[in-house]
Design a protein around this ligand. Sequence first.
Ligand code: ZN
Ligand code: ZN
Ligand code: ZN
Length: 325
Amino acid sequence: MTGRWVIIATDRSKRPSDFVRERVQIRGTSFCPFCYHHEAKTPPEIMAYRPDGSPRNSPGWTLRVVPNKFPALGIEGILGRQGEGLYDKMNGIGAHEVIIETPDHNLTLAGMPASQIEDVLWAYRDRIVDLTRDRRFKYILIFKNHGDAAGASLEHTHSQLIALPVVPKRVLEELEGAKSYYGYKERCVFCDMIQQELESRTRVVAENDGFLAVAPFAPRFPFELWILPKSHQSAFEDSRKDEFEQLASILKDMLMRIDKVLDLPAYNFIVHTSPTPDTENDYYHWHFEIMPKLTKVAGFEWGTGFYINPTPPEEAAKFLREAVV
Ligand SMILES: [Zn+2]
Ligand SMILES: [Zn+2]
Ligand SMILES: [Zn+2]
């Protein structure tokens, strides 16, 4: 899909217990702006789920979306894209939002009931649908950093959204790979991959009616996991109610398996979906990529774009598949 090669270092093959790192544990010791009664410590909320009808920016919410207090990009202004000699520049326009997944400081996403995880997915969808109307944005990325080592600066469980004025490079690589495959075969490369993985089953971790969780053939990181809708869907936000239910259930299951097998690791996940002007297409297939933080990216990776992965995906899939949760 992307032309990326990885080195599966089988001679230094690592089992889950071989990875030395700190477990992610909630300490709850410092002041938390994401807890009840601290609503004034975040910028005013963009959206919240308030089943009790409580007023904005007060307790009573079950999920809350606020602007990032230290945004990477600013929402106001024009792009002003221009050249400077052979270089290009533009203003840092975008949206940077935080999805506070629960008021409960002690919960992790894996530990939340599936119905609450489904609410988190609806919040992603609601924000994507709203931001897509802003024509300045070309791409909306949802991601989550869990644990210090994965870049989370606050331990209270949350996800983030960044709306970007350009399609980012990583996504572009996948899009272009998928487009060229489609141009040649008139089939979606992800759909073909899903079919092949379901036939061979060596890298399949779990599946339900709508979704497949799989260790990809060329994973950059040990225990990297992808979750994909089994039938072709180019845009995350077009999912139906029953699909969000099934996605919540398989996502919870995968996060619990990762916690069990790898002993509460830090992790990142990202949602890759189609760019906003072209959400309905036959070649791109939205998916989750989950990356437990077990190895360090060092000079070789930076210099080449190759990744060295000490755990073959077939072994990772087997450990995760056989975990009892
Ligand atoms: Zn908190
Ligand atoms: Zn597809
Ligand atoms: Zn992707």
